[in-house]
Design a protein around this ligand. Structure first.
Ligand SMILES: *[C@@H]1O[C@H](CO)[C@@H](O)[C@H](O)[C@H]1NC(C)=O
Ligand SMILES: *[C@@H]1O[C@H](CO)[C@@H](O)[C@H](O)[C@H]1NC(C)=O
Ligand SMILES: *[C@@H]1O[C@H](CO)[C@@H](O)[C@H](O)[C@H]1NC(C)=O
Ligand SMILES: *[C@@H]1O[C@H](CO)[C@@H](O)[C@H](O)[C@H]1NC(C)=O
Length: 408
């Protein structure tokens, strides 16, 4: 439902990618998702014809066809009711006091998906704007992501975090030792990161280390598309300034003259302090550097993207850039960067994401945030589309959809 100019970046729908992963599955489909909510009622489907694009039946079919295992790792909601899937849950309250936000698939330990969309029909249709990548035939990296899955799998019924992790969970690749792989004949360096620190095994880079490295390596520009940007640790007994990412962006802006663009979502839960931090970032830039901030909203839904792209690398993750997220919540990230000494190269995932970012930035849905003016983010449309609101009203779904229809 979003209109972009004809020549802007175009990519396959996420549902197409996920269905293709199910078609390829021969041994095991392993999924981590905070939610499992793929089948809306027939009534809902009548408003959103695309709603059943990744059908729950398709999982059962895959099981029957290939005899493969489907392992699910969920946080919210009851497990799906199809036979054969093994479902584990984790009590994050007991382990970290946070949430499981991780969202990825590993298929046959060879292919994988990672991105902002969880297994929620709204994420796979028109209501919520998401972005993820599907990687085929990439055993080394799929195995590293699978190790994150295995770690979660072992935490079922646990009420404490193990002091030592099994060696099996240690990754091959990290920030200091990235995997040197060919993606479509182009050499890249890559690794998987994870959060929080207490779930990060030896040799695994944390999401924060990954984000820091990508920001620090940028020479010309840093484009960030994120739901919430708030450098505050609000979980601490007294809210504290949380400088880990904000400080690096300021350094990039002022000391390295790197051009920073921040595309945040404007929605009902945008914390008012967000704008104070953004104004202060903007005011740092005189003539020599550019810091531009826009907020993005989709008139029928909500922007849920969580990625960063620079002139050198991409980071695609599961968490918002808010202090408490990285300390308490579980998430995973993927870094793909151009090797430092290669100048000539083919079109890569880095260029593709740059194009996606620019498409959104220059689209009709992005508005510049004016200094000292708090934008109105919480009109009724955003309320309807906000996830928490939807969750709280799931039982009253028909009412919400009627409302959407009326506004449209
Ligand atoms: C999760 O852990 C918390 C704290 O230990 C406990 O109060 C709660 O009952 C547990 N929840 C479940 C579903 O086991
Ligand atoms: C670009 O792709 C071609 C084949 O499609 C390959 O031969 C060449 O090495 C690639 N260039 C780089 C820099 O990876
Ligand atoms: C680039 O650097 C890598 C190690 O960082 C090295 O193995 C490779 O030979 C270098 N390539 C060129 C073209 O210098
Ligand atoms: C790799 O090649 C496939 C098939 O040609 C194409 O669909 C995809 O967009 C390419 N990916 C990248 C990152 O260039």
């Amino acid at each position: 439902d979003m209109l972009f100019s004809d020549d802007s970046a175009f990519h396959l729908p996420l549902s197409t990618g996920l269905n293709s992963l199910l078609d390829k599955a021969r041994v095991a489909v392993e999924i981590v998702s905070p939610v499992w909510f793929l089948s809306p009622s027939d009534y809902v489907s009548s408003f959103y014809p695309a709603a059943g694009q990744v059908k729950q039946d398709k999982f059962s079919d895959t099981l029957h066809r290939t005899g493969c295992r489907v392992l699910l790792f969920l946080f919210f909601f009851s497990p799906p009711n199809f036979a054969g899937a093994e479902v584990h849950k984790v009590n994050m309250t007991a382990l970290t006091g946070g949430f499981l936000e991780s969202s990825f698939w590993v298929v046959d330990r060879k292919h994988f998906y990672i991105g902002s969309a969880s297994m929620d029909w709204r994420s796979l249709t028109t209501v919520i704007k998401e972005l993820g990548v599907v990687v085929y035939d990439c055993k080394p990296l799929a195995l590293d992501l699978h190790k994150v899955f295995s770690l979660y799998w072992g935490l079922q019924h646990k009420t404490f975090i193990p002091t030592f992790w099994s060696k099996r969970l240690f990754p091959f690749f990290s920030k200091g030792k990235p995997g040197s792989l060919l993606v479509n004949q182009t050499k890249v360096e890559t690794y998987i990161s994870s959060s929080p620190d207490v779930f990060t095994t030896k040799d695994r880079s944390s999401d924060l280390e990954a984000i820091s490295a990508v920001i620090q390596q940028a020479r010309h520009f840093i484009y960030i598309s994120i739901i919430d940007y708030l450098p505050v640790d609000s979980f601490a007994s007294v809210p504290r300034y949380w400088s880990r990412i904000d400080g690096l962006l300021r350094e990039a802006l002022i000391l390295r003259n790197v051009h920073v663009r921040l595309l945040i979502s404007c929605w009902e839960e945008t914390h008012p302090l967000t704008f104070n931090f953004i104004w202060s970032l903007k005011s740092l830039c005189m003539d020599s550097c550019i810091c531009a901030v826009r907020s993005l909203y989709n008139c029928v839904g909500m922007n849920h993207n969580r990625f960063m792209v620079t002139d050198k690398a991409v980071y695609i993750g599961n968490l918002d850039w808010v202090g408490k997220e990285f300390t308490y919540n579980a998430g995973a990230g993927l870094v793909i960067s151009h090797p430092a000494n290669v100048t000539e190269r083919n079109s890569t995932v880095v260029e593709q994401l740059q194009a996606v970012f620019k498409r959104d930035w220059f689209s009709r849905y992005a508005n510049t945030i004016q200094t000292n003016k708090i934008p109105v983010c919480s009109n009724i449309i955003h309320k309807i589309c906000s996830i928490t609101f939807m969750k709280s009203l799931q039982k009253n779904f028909t009412t919400i959809l009627l409302l959407v229809k009326k506004i449209k």
